[in-house]
Ligand binder design. Structure first.
Ligand code: C5P
Length: 218
């Protein structure tokens, strides 16, 4: 497919979601939050009483995910799970089910189906390497572990959740390690991706850099 795609990958709490969404709004593109699909799969497994390590059972649930994205909200089997899927517990489950090859395969076409004639901004871990290898623009967002832990900490506090900086730091590290070291679609910067280090950049500056690269390409 040759519809316009901007692929944005990076580790947890690197700012991908915020930047990708704003770029999509500015350009009038659709937006794919691929991490949400892994989070939904983890939640669906939990609700079905399945353990996150049962590859066949979890892949089956991933294949059958009954999910609707309406604006900023996400419905799973008609149930609004927008807030539920953002918990640290489900985030950890998502990174466990995401390490299972059959689960990734089950979600492959569903992700590609987000492609639109007007364009798509897709964020995740393997948007550039696996899902949209022909993307016209590929970006790898990074930030130091300290900055990312701080961002996640503030996010949780803003949501009124109890948060402990040391625990978040340890959890992010465990999740990143699992994402980088897994055998299928490990998190890595694609050879043809631009590196955008956001530790000392405002959201606006990061968004503007992506837009500059995009206008440069098109
Ligand atoms: O980006 P987010 O934190 O919502 O993703 C949750 C988990 O889903 C990640 O830790 C990662 O393990 C997994 N994931 C993935 N591939 C993607 C997006 C997310 O493996 N494209």
């Amino acid at each position: 497919n040759h519809f316009p795609v901007i692929a944005i990958d990076g580790p947890s709490a690197s700012g991908k979601g915020t930047v990708a969404q704003k770029v999509a709004n500015q350009l009038g593109f659709a937006y794919l939050d691929s991490g949400a699909l892994y989070r939904l799969t983890a939640l669906a497994a939990q609700r079905a009483g399945q353990v996150w390590t049962d590859e066949a059972a979890v892949a089956e649930l991933a294949m059958k995910l009954d999910v609707v994205f309406v604006g900023e909200s996400i419905l799973l089997a008609g149930d609004d799970v927008t807030v539920d899927i953002r918990s640290e517990f489900i985030g950890s489950g998502a990174s466990q089910v995401a390490a299972l090859p059959a689960v990734r395969l089950a979600l492959l076409q569903r992700q590609r189906a987000f492609s639109r004639e007007e364009g798509l901004v897709a964020d995740g871990r393997d948007m550039a390497s696996v899902i949209f290898p022909d993307a016209q623009l590929k970006i790898f967002l990074s930030a130091t572990p300290e900055v990312r832990a701080e961002r996640r900490f503030k996010q949780l506090l803003a949501r009124g959740e109890a948060a402990d900086l040391a625990m978040i730091t340890a959890d992010l590290q465990a999740r990143d390690e699992r994402d980088r070291l897994r055998s299928v679609a490990p998190l890595a910067q694609a050879a043809d991706a631009y590196l955008l280090e956001t530790s000392y950049l405002s959201i606006e500056a990061a968004v503007n850099q992506v837009l500059l690269w995009w206008y440069d390409k098109s």
